[in-house]
Design a protein around this ligand. Structure first.
Ligand SMILES: *[C@@H]1O[C@H](CO)[C@@H](O)[C@H](O)[C@H]1NC(C)=O
Ligand SMILES: *[C@@H]1O[C@H](CO)[C@@H](O)[C@H](O)[C@H]1NC(C)=O
Ligand SMILES: *[C@@H]1O[C@H](CO)[C@@H](O)[C@H](O)[C@H]1NC(C)=O
Ligand SMILES: *[C@@H]1O[C@H](CO)[C@@H](O)[C@H](O)[C@H]1NC(C)=O
Length: 247
């Protein structure tokens, strides 16, 4: 059963999550329950005994695996049961040309990000009174976003970027800040809190979290000749080393 799960799950996920938000759905809650109640790791291993249970294929995570605009594919306790108890999430970020990850934080994890290709700008803000840290990550460069820090990243180039994102928790939690406008706070209170008419100016245009990546600026899209509507279908990166651009 479990061996066949990835394909089945991929198909169901693509159907269920198309045009919804990037929330990882637990692939196999029954299996997680068993892993949780097992007395030891040796006991746990009987439930994940196939070699295939220990391989996570980012490219098989259909909806999230694309480069137009991109996506964040998480190998974590939801998507990869072998991650249970192993204290980390390894995410693969495809950040297409002119795409961004909107401002967000992880309540339960430190986040290291390493650039494999492309040229990504990151911004990070730790707390009230701190100054904003800006970095430029091209091939072989990394940065760290401390636990709970607000961060976002944008690809202002016309080439796709790939980043590997390591989080110090198999259940890191992601909160996107834009979505605060849509969590049910009365609009007049939002207006008072933010000092402008949120409902009229922004709330109706806030993009879904989607795959975790969103389109960036109109300036970039125009400069790179990208039209949101007629972008090529995902995925355009197939994992071949030949597709990893080097400087
Ligand atoms: C990355 O982008 C920055 C900002 O546009 C630019 O200054 C830098 O030269 C670029 N780096 C590479 C390797 O293209
Ligand atoms: C704010 O916008 C939403 C979405 O269009 C609408 O349902 C709601 O009635 C608006 N609220 C006010 C106070 O105008
Ligand atoms: C939005 O703007 C319109 C026109 O300026 C105004 O009549 C309306 O009251 C505004 N809505 C809110 C929720 O403030
Ligand atoms: C993957 O991409 C490489 C380089 O573009 C290409 O040679 C190879 O045929 C592709 N493989 C598949 C399965 O599409």
């Amino acid at each position: 059963m479990f061996r066949q799960f990835p394909l089945l799950f991929g198909i169901c996920l693509m159907a269920a999550l198309e045009r919804t938000t990037a929330i990882d759905v637990t692939k196999d809650p029954d299996l997680i329950a068993k892993l949780k109640s097992a007395a030891s790791q040796l006991d746990r291993l009987q439930y994940i005994s196939e070699d295939a249970n220990w391989v996570f294929d980012y490219k098989e995570q259909g909806y999230f695996w694309n480069t137009r605009p991109g996506g964040v594919v998480n190998a974590n306790v939801n998507t990869f049961p072998a991650a249970f108890g192993n204290e980390m999430t390894m995410a693969w970020i495809n950040l297409g040309a002119c795409a961004m990850l909107t401002p967000h934080f992880h309540a339960r994890a430190v986040n290291w990000v390493t650039a494999v290709s492309g040229n990504t700008t990151t911004y990070m803000y730790e707390e009230n009174g701190a100054h904003t840290i800006k970095t430029q990550l091209d091939f072989g460069k990394a940065t760290v976003f401390p636990r709970g820090s607000v961060h976002y990243m944008v690809n202002q180039a016309c080439e796709d970027a790939i980043l590997i994102s390591a989080l110090s928790n198999a259940d890191a939690g992601t909160t996107n800040l834009n979505q605060v406008f849509n969590i049910g706070i009365p609009f007049d209170e939002l207006k008072a809190a933010f000092g402008f008419d949120v409902n009229n100016s922004t709330s109706n245009n806030i993009p879904d979290i989607g795959t975790g990546a969103n389109w960036g600026t109109e300036e970039c899209l125009a400069r790179c000749g990208i039209t949101k509507d007629d972008s090529p279908p995902p995925p355009s990166f197939n994992g071949s080393a030949a597709n990893i651009r080097r400087p």
